[in-house]
Design a protein around this ligand. Sequence first.
Ligand SMILES: Nc1ncnc2c1ncn2[C@@H]1O[C@H](COP(=O)(O)OP(=O)(O)OP(=O)(O)O)[C@@H](O)[C@H]1O
Length: 359
Amino acid sequence: MQMTASRADPKSPQGEPAPLAMEGIGYSIGGRRILSDVSLTVAPREIVCLLGPSGCGKTTLLRIAAGIERQDEGTVRIAGTVVADRHTFVPAEARKIGFVFQDLALFPHLRVADNVLYGLSVKARGPRQASEALAHVGLEGYERAYPHQLSGGQQQRVALTRALLPAPRVVLFDEPFSGLDRGLRDTVREDTVRILRERQATAVIVTHDPEEALAMADRIALMREGRIVQTATPEEIWRWPVDLEAARVFSSLNSFTGRVEGGIVETPVGRVPVGAEREGERLVVAFRPEALRVFPVDRGAGVEATVEQRRFFGTHVEIVARVGEVVLKLRADPYLVPHAETVRVVPDLRQAIILPVGE
Ligand SMILES: Nc1ncnc2c1ncn2[C@@H]1O[C@H](COP(=O)(O)OP(=O)(O)OP(=O)(O)O)[C@@H](O)[C@H]1O
């Protein structure tokens, strides 16, 4: 089952146009193809994460949406209006888009209130606007402070407040949390999502961190070598990755190949039913580490595995175990898993990832 482009229609059920719709985007630099046929539609109030490894073209796509770069092929629409195609190019400042960059781009010599008001024309500024906007994000009283007097998380909220104040159609984030300590990152992420929801904002967030994408996104657009290979909700993309490489973005895998006989693929961890309609096909059957359950060896079912390594991570243990020649990567609850040289492994068949060979 392929769960791509689940919300391809650029109009929401209420008939609102998509805040951002990109169609068939192609882009090259110096004869090198950076983006090929990229299409992405972001629905009103949706948070979409662009996820992919370094160099896959995420930032370039964001810059094209923003109007900082111009694509060679395809169309960009904002709120239903074409802002970039072969004939039209609306510059960044006229696109009604907000930005939050990795370095936040706060002006160090401006006070917090002036940073927040920076994007607004003088005419649009009200006397208490900065204070009210800052109060919304828990920064009342910080109007006269300078950015360096704030913590990383507070600076983040200032940057977000500035981006949201002109009521942009869509806010674009480029790796906004990568400069933060790990401990702070989770809180700042949660704050950001809460604020975006409260303001009913639409956002596109670039990240190379799969956990971040799973935690924040309504939908994830997974990128690879200048293309979007899958667009789906976090649950869908985790459960039904488009191929093995997409599955491996989110965790390591135990993958086995076999032919369907009698509706079943035999694997080293047991028989996996895949349905009669695939009879005779060669398939890959894969399990994420936690989809292979670990039990004491005296439990009847499952295959017996020899434990080779056991690493404790507080919330879970990671176990490397062997069934004959096959090495398994397991992940389990540290308080339920026996401290033993042999264990029993039982696959959770509901979590099997089943793909054609070669995908
Ligand atoms: N101005 C430029 N000149 C030449 N090559 C460029 C330019 N901008 C981007 N590239 C190349 O385009 C590719 C995509 O870059 P881009 O920054 O969009 O990727 P990314 O997925 O955002 O990666 P990262 O997370 O490292 O920023 C990279 O190979 C990069 O080297």
